[in-house]
Design a binder for this molecule. Structure first.
Ligand code: SF4
Length: 420
């Protein structure tokens, strides 16, 4: 049967490999935002990183412990960043035993920790069902690529793989497996916090050890909407990471109805649109979602978001040789950016194994950007970052899964590093 739904990843169930884990996997048919089969993982025990102070307090009191213990637990998680029950030294033993019976701490463990020459660091994390996800820490250079700086951005994943199939993206290549739960997203940031705490010059651990969070890793954030909102609320809460929503950017491939929904949330996040084509004809070649929500539907939704929040948004534009790098595209992009009062972030295409596109020459990139600048558009061009550690979305996970599949027939795998 031919399906016109852009979210449907043909053959995605092939990615469910039988491995040992605790918890349950089920397949549900959902109808939001459109019909597709969704693999749902239910862990044997929930992680504390998915709880709010209120929800934990209810459980704690129902178990006969005083409600203030919930606040103490949150302090151990988010301010002191411990990863063992025994480290929660001001909690009575009986309460720690109750926590251990009903919850786990981290639902993710770090398999590979790679740092590139240009100060990008990538974590490959394993989930309880043995799925793999990626989290990237990017240190923004002060005066040029390759220099250390105090501005750190964490790029998190929100799904295992992705169903949207953007043609430049390694996550789309591997198909979609399942949505992440809020605890699995929050714990990505806590892994980064703990790593950075170890060599931070900041006086106290109590604040987040990075400056910005971007939902630009694996997955479409607006297709895992409830997790997105729950995660932002936990990050934003004073009992949580106390991280300002205005330092959080949600990047979407262009789900127009969900953009409108996000505009009405109480969390004032920043919005970035993966545009990559300034006309439907070109965008259709790169972003399958454009067939469902073409520019005439997407751009008014983005404008509504912008008007509601009154803040400059970002248009992401990956420059691909002979696909979207013409001066006509630059002119059309200029018009869109001016209408939306948007900043444009141009990113020369990062080669992904298995995809045949090329990046344009530097001269052509400069000519494209010149058109935007002369048209009065605020624009940056983000040249290489993390190329040597497979920093393009989903590349490290894809390569690791391929390698693991190759190694499965061998007596032992030398590939996976000891956990850190
Ligand atoms: S760019 Fe984002 S939405 Fe598109 S396939 Fe990759 S992860 Fe999915």
């Amino acid at each position: 049967m031919k399906c016109s739904c852009v979210h449907l990843p043909c053959g995605f169930l092939l990615f469910l490999q039988p491995r040992n884990f605790s918890g349950q996997i089920s397949v549900e048919i959902l109808r939001n935002p459109c019909t597709f089969a969704l693999v749902k993982f239910t862990p044997a025990k929930p992680s504390l990183f998915g709880e709010t102070l209120e929800s934990l307090k209810v459980s704690v009191e129902a178990a006969g412990f005083p409600g203030f213990r919930a606040k103490q637990v949150m302090e151990w998680l988010y301010k002191k960043r411990v990863d063992q029950w025994d480290a929660m030294s001001n909690l009575p033993k009986a309460f720690r035993a109750w926590l251990d019976t009903h919850y786990i701490l981290y639902p993710t463990s770090s398999l590979i920790d790679k740092r590139s020459d240009d100060v990008t660091q990538k974590l490959l994390l394993e989930l309880e069902d043995k799925s793999l996800i990626e989290t990237v820490l990017i240190r923004a250079p002060q005066t040029g690529v390759g220099q250390e700086s105090s501005r750190k951005t964490v790029c998190v994943s929100i799904q295992v793989g992705c169903a949207y199939g953007c043609k430049f993206c390694a996550s789309g290549l591997a198909g979609f497996r399942r949505n992440l739960m809020a605890a699995e997203v929050v714990s990505q940031l806590m892994h980064i916090c703990r790593r950075e705490d170890a060599h931070t010059t900041r006086a106290k651990k109590e604040i987040a050890s990075f400056d910005n969070i971007v939902f630009m890793g694996m997955g479409e954030p607006l297709a895992n909407y409830d997790t997105l909102i729950q995660t932002i609320k936990i990050l934003n809460a004073d009992w949580g990471l106390n991280f300002g929503a205005r330092r959080i950017t949600v990047s979407t491939s262009g789900l127009a109805p969900q953009i409108l929904k996000l505009a009405n949330e109480s969390v004032p996040v920043r919005l970035a649109i993966s545009l990559h084509g300034a006309t439907n004809e070109v965008r259709d070649q790169i972003m399958p979602i454009n067939k469902k929500y073409p520019l005439e539907e997407l751009l008014p939704a983005v404008k509504a978001f912008q008007e509601k929040h009154g803040r400059m948004l970002t248009l992401e534009f990956i420059m691909i040789k002979d696909v979207n790098d013409s001066l006509d595209q630059a002119k059309a992009l200029t018009k869109i950016a001016r209408d939306l009062h948007a900043h444009v972030n141009c990113i020369p295409y990062n080669k992904v194994e298995g995809l045949e596109w090329q990046r344009p020459s530097v001269r052509r990139q400069d000519a494209f950007v010149d058109v935007l600048r002369k048209g009065g558009v605020s624009v940056t061009i983000r040249r290489e970052k993390g190329h040597d550690i497979n920093a393009a979305c989903g590349q490290l996970r894809l390569k690791t899964e391929q390698k693991m599949a190759e190694d499965e027939s061998k007596p032992s795998s030398p590939f996976i590093n000891p956990r850190v």
